[in-house]
Design a protein. Sequence first.
Length: 224
Amino acid sequence: MTISKARRAPKPGTIPDFRPVPRHYNRHDGWTEERQRGFIAALADTGSVKAAAQRVNMTPEGAYQLRRHPEAESFRQAWETALALGVQQLEDIAMERALHGQEVPVYSYGKLIGSRVVYNDRLLMFLLRNRAPTRFSADGRVTARRSAIGDPQLATQLSRLKKQWRKEWEAEREAQSKADAAPVIEQLNAKLEKMRQRRLAAMSPKVREAWEAYQAAAEEDGGG
């Protein structure tokens, strides 16, 4: 397919005017000029050949067959432009859902009880990496540091150090949590021991003797 350089490029976001594919027979149920223009407009709205063809009551196979026509150069150019616009619109919809979430129904025992908003962080990062690959690569934070620092090796080294410092901080935090919990556990054990002593003191000698025998047997079973 050759592209005519004499034709002016369309403005961004617009469909170029095109010459419909000539037809041998002007059938009312065929690919009339009106249907061809409606198909291109629908393709720009949906980004889907199948959906666009259905919108004008035609088949996707017929659309591709029309595209292969020897005199369909103008139609093909409009097709490509409209498809790009449609894909851009779908991308905008995906970005909107990624940013603001998507409302999904909530069911309980087969009954609809409400709805909740679900966010897709993976979709958001995918779109950001495609729209701004320089800022949001596989490791966008390292890329941002490289741009700010100007030294890729130093930026990578700082990223590794940050991960190391993070692990060390988490380890110190865990140790501190255990140290803070030790006095609380000790107090609980002391309270439990007092409760046990009060319970034993309230027992009659016979019941206490039976209880102590039971405890001794349990310890032997556990030790064996």
